[in-house]
Design a protein around this ligand. Structure first.
Ligand code: CP
Length: 323
């Protein structure tokens, strides 16, 4: 079994991963999934926890909204035999009284959780605290999505799903459709996919094309039909209205007509390809729910694989696995 060389036993960016790390996480997650699928159990004898590990407490700190990431981290932690405490920003917390994200995080860290899983807006104060934890190497931290920045476990579960559907990542042509400018999913996914030998392209209205020079060398399509003829994997993205401010420059109707993933627009996509979407999707805008029934659609598998990837990542960061 390959072992990831996570320098600080944390995972905040896919940029820190090498091929060996990716292979280790994917192989571990695939093993966990096969144990579960074949026997209905998560553990073989070699994966049983030592008693001390049962007392480790993972703080799941969600300063921004989430359904699948928060729930799957919690299920994954419990499947690993870990204890969890969950903070979800909302009316019942002191954030509703005006406490900042950074002060909330400092308060929770003062209670000494053994691991931090954090989703936040990308706030620079929070980012500094996270970086200090990574550098300190005392409390492992896993980024569960930071604004328009990164979402490393989403990238891993996307790669796992593509690998299960298509057999390998090398030489796949992977397309991201929609709000690439604000997408942490596309940013983290691209890094891993290129590392593993895939080609990445983007298709978006000009207002949602990424402006950063990081994307300068990436193939771009403005026409969805042409893009779908090119790709072997099509990733839909949600329009992240919450990050647009007053910048959004395309009408919803025009977007739906030209970029929505639906039966009409997907006619150009090969029958051997895969359709993914990280969720949540806005039904009728970024995709039509009818495609959930399309045999090419792997969206439910992405959610399922998320639990095994998060088990693999937390387990490796804690050093839980014996072999
Ligand atoms: N894919 C994803 O991060 O979904 P949630 O926002 O529901 O966690």
């Amino acid at each position: 079994m390959p072992t990831p060389s996570l320098a600080h036993k944390s995972l905040v960016s896919t940029q820190s991963l090498n091929l060996n790390d990716c292979e280790a996480f994917l192989t571990r997650a695939e093993l966990l999934k096969s144990l579960y699928v074949n026997s209905g159990q998560i553990w073989s004898d070699s994966l049983r926890l030592r008693e001390t590990q049962r007392n480790l407490v993972v703080a799941l700190v969600f300063l921004e909204s989430s359904t699948r990431t928060r729930f799957s981290f919690e299920i994954a932690a419990k499947r690993l035999g870990l204890k969890t405490v969950v903070f979800s920003a909302g009316a019942s917390t002191s954030m509703a009284k005006g406490e900042t994200e950074a002060e909330t995080l400092r308060t929770l860290l003062s209670m000494h959780p053994d691991m931090l899983v954090i989703r936040y807006s990308g706030d620079t104060e929070v980012q500094k605290i996270v970086q200090q934890l990574v550098t300190g190497r005392k409390t492992p931290v896993i980024n569960a999505g930071d604004g328009s920045g990164e979402h490393p476990t989403q990238a891993l579960l996307d790669v796992m799903t593509i690998r299960q559907r298509l057999g390998e990542i090398a030489n796949q042509r992977v397309l991201y459709v929609g709000d690439v400018e604000h997408s942490r999913v596309a940013r983290s996914g691209r890094t891993l996919l290129e590392l593993m030998g895939a080609e990445v392209a983007i298709c978006a209205p000009s207002a949602l094309m990424p402006k950063s020079s990081d994307w300068a060398n990436v193939k771009r399509f403005s026409n969805l039909d042409e893009a779908l003829k090119w790709c072997t994997v099509c990733n839909g993205l949600r329009i992240q209205f919450e990050r647009h401010g007053a910048k959004f420059k395309i009408s919803k109707d025009e977007y739906i007509e030209k970029f929505r993933l639906d039966e009409k627009n997907l006619k150009a996509l090969s029958q051997e390809s895969v359709i993914l979407h990280p969720g949540p999707f806005v039904s009728g805008v970024d995709l039509d729910e009818a495609i959930l029934l399309d045999k090419r659609c792997g969206i439910r598998e992405q959610v399922e694989n998320g639990v095994f990837i998060r088990m693999a990542v937390m387990g490796e960061c804690f050093g839980l696995f014996d072999t």
